[in-house]
Write a protein that binds this ligand. Sequence first.
Ligand SMILES: [Zn+2]
Ligand SMILES: [Zn+2]
Length: 318
Amino acid sequence: MTSPTRRNFLRSGTLATVSTVLNSCSKEKSPPEPEPFKGIVDIHQHVGYLERPDAQLIAHQELMGITQTVLLPSASAVSLPSTHDGKSNGLAAGARGNEACRRIVEDNPEHYASFANEVPDLPNARQELERFLKAGAIGIGEQKFAIDCDSKHSELIASIAKEFDVPVLLHFQHGSYNLHFERFHKILEKFPSVNFIGHAQTWWGNIDLNHKQPTMYPKDPVTPGGLTDRYLADYPNLFGDLSAGSGRNALTRDEDHAREFLNRHQDKLLFGSDCPDRFGQGAQCIGSSTLEILRRLVEDEATLEKILGRNARGIMRL
Ligand SMILES: [Zn+2]
Ligand SMILES: [Zn+2]
């Protein structure tokens, strides 16, 4: 509480005097000023998403107010159990691959970066990932394949990420992709120097202690302490991707919980859009509406800056 004396001083002093006094007081105690905020990072977009032309992707990102976008390529189109016999090719979203993403980055290096991707159980997965990581890709993903999340294929991906010192982004979906989320701690423990980024329905559903695994978009209030909540608290090398309907649903299903969750994990959460629309604004654009929700739920400016860009720049070295 401000004392009456202090309040009188604040009211009567000129602004310059007040700010000089306040600055000189706070400078003695507080850590060095962080770098100025460099704008919003969208860590989750796709090229050719539901046939969206590249020019519309770029316009969409500009309208959303994004400074830097991370493109997540699909992998080789193959018919294997890990791609549901080809049904999940293109990340089941028409997303284009490594080359298409690299071309956009080459044309717009200031505003775009790309991950590299490959089906993890293809014999040439390592070669393909290394080729694009050497060419400047800054991470691996979106890994969205029907494999066990602690399988030897997952270990291969993690070991390449370790070698290149880049993060891995994974789509967790019960019964469909990166199976057995409850065993993911094994990978987190085995690869402590690799930063993993969790995404999608099963990642977000499990913020709730009472989550029913088959439910994809739960609407009921959240009891803290679910698997995702505990993983984030226990493993410094794990981060959360707020993109897509799943991320937005996790924020809106119980806003009181969401405020605390955002605050609790403010160093571990990353804004992403993952939206295929051509609007770039309004309720039909998942990214824009998620931004609006975050701005409403996160009142502290420094926390908001972390979630909208600082955390991503930290682990992706953008
Ligand atoms: Zn995606
Ligand atoms: Zn959108």
